[in-house]
Design a protein around this ligand. Sequence first.
Ligand code: ADP
Ligand code: MG
Length: 398
Amino acid sequence: MHKLTLDDVDVRGQRVLIRVDFNVPLDTSEDGSPCVGDDTRIRAALPTIRHVLDHGGKAILVSHLGRPGGQPDPDLSLACVADHLGTLIEERVRFSSNTVGDTVEEVINGMSEGSVILLENTRFDAGEKANDEAFATALANLADVYVNDAFGAAHRAHASTAGVAEFMDVAALGRLMEDEIEALTRVRDDPAHPMVAILGGSKVSDKLGTIRALSETADHLLIGGAMSYTFLKVLGHEVGASRVEADRLDTAKDLYEQAEGTITLPTDHVVAEAPEADATASVVEGDIPAELMGLDIGPATIDAYRDRILGAATVVWNGPMGVFEVDPFADGTTAIAEAMADATDDGAFSVVGGGDSVSALTRSGCDDRISHVSTGGGALLTFLEGAPLPGVEALTDA
Ligand code: ADP
Ligand code: MG
């Protein structure tokens, strides 16, 4: 690693500000109070938290949650996350309803070694997203050491993900960050071939840079999801009422031509009038009739993509193949998840990332048969594109 890691830092007796990604979905418990809906991201931060506690540091955890718009919003408080974390690590987790300031500093100074506190949502302060120097300094004042373990937010140059590091003498990568960077570097810079990349999801425009980069390194780039229809339209196919990004047709055409045969598009589709559970779904090959939408890849495409994936030594996937949230349009996405797990069993190195993709993967029950399940969406795309991650760049060079 070109940045300091926890192995380079002595945390004993130190106040360690750990930027975690506790941007978790919330739910409502039986008594009506808010609770954590899915704790995957909290669990992912445990190795770093445990390291700091076990080595006698004071762990000061900081994260954003949702989009409160720079002001306090009780519905987006991290208080229930503190309770949830407490049950996971079987330690008392203090919670501070202030993110920065004198009161928090006093509480932290009174904490004993090996204890942990979670601070309130950084995005309750407008200075977070603005990467405001005053807010970054206020965060830096809380600690002796800064550790960034929030891979999911590493593509953002915000005060708690990047700005704060400027005001710290020691700023290091956490364990999750190390794991993510190691796995993704293997895919991006040193993949075993054949390498197969699968990209889907809602918009071509979100993923242009990543498509370009992967079309250079991968042997096959399999496209699914709504982004297929922008490509298919460019190639002169009728796509009916499918989602097309009209302002990206020229870019999609250039990408397809530059990729020189690497990009594979679906040849058949599950179509319906609307992405609804009670809609009549049917399969069409080739062109899509005028009033219908392409909502999933069809069975012939599933077979072709599965074969490619099973022949791969490296396989990376981001973006569902269809509207997987609605049952009749989930088969393509589930089939990709299963093919990736089977390829991994056969020795391939596999990576899956993206919020919706990982939730589809988990739903398929194949998640524990994948080499690396990334906690990043935007950060994963940025990394694979080869662009710098501000949350990593800001840290102390090794
Ligand atoms: P990820 O979160 O894994 O990066 P995206 O957010 O890019 O994935 O895309 C997921 C969304 O794409 C899902 O909500 C899914 O319903 C939608 N989607 C996939 N295929 C289609 C399609 N053919 N038409 C419309 N929406 C689609
Ligand atoms: Mg998404």
